[in-house]
Design a protein around this ligand. Structure first.
Ligand code: PRP
Length: 212
């Protein structure tokens, strides 16, 4: 039997995913050990787990280097990859928002072009295009909240989970773009040729999260 490969987004999502997989009897626990290893094998179930950067999960799945991926909806929307989105795992819940100083609430239209900094430039562009607003996009790779504080941008488009980062930096949610959570994605070819094994894992995971 061929190995099925599951790509996990490094960090909290991988931890939550591994706990569910372990509850289901898969031997994925080694993923949580703090080593530098990137590939883990469950010989009994012929599974391989690979740990990749969140923004790369959908790439591995699209090209078939992984059959299944577990990743946040934010990266699926941002990367626009050609994969099946199968299940909402309902954990890792957060929101994609436009954030900035609260004085800008309801007044974004007064800045044209509005300067927007984000890691998620495609999501930001699609959102402001849909509102017919002209923006200047500035791509950042992290600590995006700094941008309005240093006058690099007027606002940011970023993930808000607890709101603590915004609060501690004197910023606010100005507009909500969409809700986010962890999703299972599947390679289009694997979905056909490994249909039974993939459906089994996907439905087991779905059932488990619904119990919780
Ligand atoms: C994410 C996001 C926010 C923060 C939101 O950053 O970009 O900065 O979490 O969480 P909160 O609402 O609970 O405070 P992450 O920790 O992934 O780091 P980053 O700055 O590198 O994007």
């Amino acid at each position: 039997m061929k190995y099925l490969t599951i790509a996990l987004a490094k960090g909290r999502l991988a931890e939550l995913s591994v706990k569910i997989l372990m509850d289901l009897g898969y031997n994925s626990g080694e993923v949580l050990e703090k080593t530098r290893k990137l590939i883990f094998t469950d010989e009994e179930h012929k599974l391989k787990f690979i740990l990749v950067k969140a923004s790369d999960v959908a790439t591995y799945v699209e090209y078939g280097a992984a059959d299944i991926g577990i990743v946040g909806r934010d990266t699926i929307l941002e990367e626009g990859r050609n994969v099946y989105e199968m299940v909402d795992l309902k954990f890792g819940k957060c929101r994609m928002c436009v954030c900035g100083p609260k004085e800008l609430k309801g007044r974004l239209g007064e800045h044209s072009p509005l300067r927007v900094a984000s890691k998620y430039t495609n999501i930001a562009k699609d959102y402001f295009d849909s509102k017919d607003m002209s923006i200047e996009l500035i791509k950042l790779n992290g600590s995006v909240e700094l941008a309005p504080l240093t006058n690099l941008s007027d606002v940011i488009v970023d993930i808000v989970e607890t709101g603590k980062t915004l609060y501690e930096n004197g910023l606010d949610v100005l507009e909500e773009i969409c809700p986010l959570s962890a999703r299972i994605i599947v390679n289009r070819v694997s979905a056909k040729i490994e249909r039974e094994r993939i459906s089994k894992i996907v439905s087991e995971m779905k059932e488990k999260v619904n119990e919780q």
